[in-house]
Ligand binder design. Structure first.
Ligand SMILES: O=C(O)CCC(=O)C(=O)O
Length: 279
């Protein structure tokens, strides 16, 4: 399956592309089942790293900063009682798992490295692809937190910018359970900020443009299980809180081009022993 000229033109115009039925339902189910096993085997003693896009700096502890070549678990902000104990089981409390599932787990590896995804990234102009980052996002029923409007290039910067995000719906994603929203054409507004490692340790944001996003132009991207949403590196997008009783599981992959320089001050780094790989 190759992208048509019209699809490529849509992507260039809007900064995103929705491809329904990109993966089989059975492949989505295999990924969900494997994730259930990972969560079951995850020992949370000593790990209380709450992931929140509201206060990125506070939560950028070592556990987060060292996760670029590991499989690590991050909790919903509302998952804990004030005394630090979980309000409900860990299965209902985890916000996401990241960031090297595709290199460390065989089930994620085979979901991520298919001829179809390889062809797609080539059609998008990524000539020498490297799979940079993977995340399993739960968007838990009732406590699934919002992800504020952002560009992925803020977090994963290359020079020149050659990167795309691939967002796979593992369940039906709707406005009700916190689907993605995007500003069509917003990828032409330029890079607003970068989130990077700070010289003295930890992280910081560097702001290039303080103008707020034109959020009145956001459109919901409601999709069925098995759909793929391709996101341009500069596309402003977000997801709202999940206040419904339904989860909204998704898997994301970010692919860069080996010909572009991966910025050494990006928050996400790999150890020398685990270099990035292609398909
Ligand atoms: O799945 C979501 O809720 C948001 C994911 C997202 O925006 C991202 O991974 O950049």
């Amino acid at each position: 399956m190759r992208l048509s000229c019209n699809q490529i033109a849509d992507y260039e115009r809007d900064g995103f592309l929705v491809l329904e039925n990109f993966v089989d339902g059975s492949a989505c189910d295999r990924l969900r089942a494997r994730t259930q096993e990972l969560v079951r085997d995850f020992d949370l003693k000593g790990v209380v790293s709450i992931f929140s896009t509201h206060e990125q700096t506070r939560t950028s502890d070592d556990y987060f900063l060292e996760s670029g070549d590991k499989i690590r678990f991050f909790f919903e902000e509302d998952a804990f009682h004030p005394d630090g104990t979980l309000r409900q089981g860990k299965e209902q409390s985890i916000n996401k798992i990241g960031h090297a599932l595709h290199d460390l787990d065989p089930v994620f590896d085979s979901f991520s490295r298919t001829p179809e995804i390889k062809q797609l990234t080539s059609d998008l102009g990524i000539a020498d692809p490297l799979l940079l980052q993977s995340m399993y996002i739960f968007k838990q029923p009732r406590i699934g937190g919002e992800v504020t409007c952002h560009q992925d290039a803020t977090f994963l910067h290359t020079n020149p910018l050659r990167m795309c995000g691939l967002w796979f719906a593992l369940e039906h994603a709707t406005v009700e359970n916190g689907c993605l929203w995007a500003i069509p054409g917003g990828h032409k507004l330029g890079l607003k900020s970068r989130f990077m490692r700070a010289d003295g340790g930890g992280t910081r944001f560097e702001i290039f443009d303080e103008t707020p996003w034109p959020e009145d132009k956001l459109q919901p991207l409601e999709v069925e299980k098995g759909a793929l949403i391709v996101l341009h590196a500069l596309l402003p997008h977000l997801s709202r809180e999940n206040t419904s009783s339904k989860s909204r599981h998704a898997y994301t992959l970010h692919v860069i081009d080996a010909s572009a320089h991966y910025s050494s001050d990006n928050w996400l780094q790999r150890s020398r022993e685990m270099p990035l790989r292609g398909f």
